[in-house]
Design a protein around this ligand. Structure first.
Ligand code: PLP
Length: 395
C-alpha cells in the first residue's frame, strides 16, 4: 500500500523534493508511524517545526476549539486571537509590533520590504542594498532567494532581485567596507541551519549590532529555524547579548500549523502603513490559536529549561562519540540544534539511521543535522546515541 502511494505521488506531485521512501501517517511526541505501521524516532521534527512534538494536546485542542468558532475572517476586521498571539510575542521578545504571514520566506520578504521602505522614507530611493551572509538560507521566493547566499539555489531562476551584497559569514572587515554603500539592512541567521549548522561568532554579532546602529542600518535576524526554543532560549539572539531591530519567525511558531511573523521595534515597523503590505491568511484566527497554544505550552511546561537540560545531555553524548570516532570532524550547535560534520558519506549514514528507525537529515552534503523536539526525553536521546555508535562503527 505504501509503495502505491509513493508511485502515485511521484506521478502527480511536482518533483521538487528528495524524499525518504515512506509515507508517514501518524505522530505522537518524538515518534512517527509509516503506512505499514513501522515506528520511527523523529529527530528532524518536520525540519524544526514540531518543537513540542507531534500532536501536542494543547495545540490540537487550541486549534480545534478555534475551528469550531471561526477559522478565517481576513484582515479587513480585527480578530482577538491575533491580538493575543501578538501580545505574547511582544511580551516575550525585544519587539513592539508584529506582522503576521504564513511562512519563513514570507516573513523574510516582509522584512526586506520593510527595511527598504524605512530607508526610502528617510533617505530616498538610492539606499536599498541589503547585506547578507554567504552560505545563508532565507527562503525560495525570488526576494528571499536573492538574499540567500548560496548561488546553487539561483540556477535557472536568474536574474534575481538586485540590491543584495553577500559577505563572508563572520567577516568584520568586509561588512565595514560595504556598509556605507547605500545599505539599508543586514540580514543574518545566528546559526546557519541549512548552511550546515554554523554558529555566528559572538564578537561578529556584537560588531554587527554596533555598526548597524551607528549607520541607521536595520539589523534583521532570521530566527525562522533558531526561534521558538530550538536553542534552549525562546530566541537565539538572547544567547548573544544583543537585540535585533527586526526578527523573522515561522517553522515552529505554530508547531505545525503553517504561519510566520515579522517582529520589530516600533520605529521600524511604522514604516509599514495602511496598504503598504498585506497577507490574506496572515494571523488568521486558526493560525493565531496555534501560535498562542504553542507559546503558552512552552512557558506553562517550562520547556526552555527542559530543552537546555536535554540539549546539554545530547551534547555530552555527542562529544563522547566525537572522541571515539574520527569520522566526526566537527560538532556545532546550541540547545537542541546540532550539526555533526563527518568525513564519510553523510547521505549513506542517514540511510543507516533510517534503517535503524531514526530520522535525521543532511545539510551541505557532509553535516548530519539533529533537530529533536524540546520535549525529547533522556531515554529517547539514549536510543539515538546508541544507534549512532552502531552506525559510526561502520565508517
Ligand atoms: C526554513 C527557513 C526559511 C524558509 O522558510 P519557509 O517557511 O520554507 O519559507 C527561511 N530562513 C531560515 C533560516 C530557514 O531555516
Amino acid at each position: 500500500m505504501q509503495d502505491e502511494v509513493i508511485r502515485k505521488a511521484n506521478s502527480i506531485i511536482a518533483n521538487t523534493y528528495k524524499r525518504f521512501p515512506i509515507v508517514i501517517t501518524r505522530g505522537e511526541g518524538c515518534w512517527v508511524w509509516d503506512l505499514n505501521g513501522r515506528r520511527y524516532l523523529d529527530f528532524i521534527c518536520g525540519i524544526a517545526v514540531c518543537n513540542l512534538g507531534h500532536t501536542n494536546r494543547n495545540v490540537v485542542n487550541g486549534i480545534v476549539a478555534q475551528m469550531e468558532k471561526l477559522s478565517h475572517i481576513s484582515n479587513l476586521f480585527y480578530n482577538d486571537m491575533q491580538v493575543k498571539a501578538a501580545d505574547i510575542l511582544v511580551q516575550k521578545s525585544f519587539g513592539d509590533k508584529v506582522f503576521f504571514c504564513n511562512s519563513g520566506a514570507e516573513a523574510n520578504e516582509a522584512a526586506i520590504k520593510l527595511a527598504r521602505r524605512y530607508s526610502y522614507k528617510k533617505y530616498g530611493s538610492k539606499r536599498f542594498h541589503i547585506i547578507s551572509m554567504e552560505n545563508s538560507f532565507h527562503g525560495r521566493t525570488l526576494g528571499t532567494l536573492s538574499a540567500t547566499g548560496q548561488k546553487r539555489f539561483w540556477e535557472g531562476f536568474e536574474p534575481v532581485l538586485q540590491g543584495f551584497i553577500h559577505v563572508p559569514f563572520n567577516s568584520r572587515k568586509v561588512v565595514e567596507e560595504k556598509i556605507k554603500e547605500g545599505v539599508c539592512a543586514v540580514i543574518i541567521e545566528l546559526i546557519q541551519g541549512e548552511g550546515g549548522v554554523r554558529v555566528a561568532d559572538p564578537d561578529f554579532v556584537r560588531f554587527l549590532r554596533k555598526i548597524t546602529e551607528e549607520n541607521d542600518v536595520i539589523l534583521i535576524i532570521d530566527e525562522v529555524q533558531t526561534g521558538i526554543g530550538r536553542t534552549g532560549k525562546l530566541f537565539a539572539y538572547e544567547h548573544f547579548g544583543i537585540e535585533p531591530d527586526l526578527m523573522t519567525l515561522a517553522k515552529a511558531l505554530g508547531n505545525g500549523f503553517p504561519c510566520g511573523a515579522l517582529i520589530g521595534k516600533e520605529k521600524f515597523m511604522n514604516a509599514f502603513d495602511i496598504g503598504s503590505h498585506a497577507s490574506t491568511f496572515g494571523g488568521n484566527p486558526l493560525a493565531s490559536s496555534a501560535i498562542l497554544a504553542t507559546l503558552n505550552t512552552i512557558f506553562d511546561e517550562d520547556l526552555l529549561t527542559k530543552a537546555q537540560k536535554m540539549g546539554d545531555y545530547l551534547w555530552q553524548g555527542l562529544k563522547k562519540l566525537k572522541e571515539n570516532f574520527s569520522v566526526i570532524k566537527d560538532l556545532r550547535g546550541m540547545g537542541l540544534m546540532w550539526g555533526i560534520e563527518v568525513s564519510a558519506d553523510a547521505e549513506k549514514m542517514v540511510q543507516d539511521f533510517f534503517e535503524e528507525g531514526i530520522l535525521i537529515n543532511v545539510t551541505q552534503g557532509t553535516v548530519l543535522r539533529l533537530l529533536p523536539p524540546l520535549t525529547v526525553t533522556k531515554e529517547e536521546i539514549d536510543i539515538f546515541l546508541e544507534t549512532a555508535e552502531r552506525v559510526l562503527r561502520k565508517y
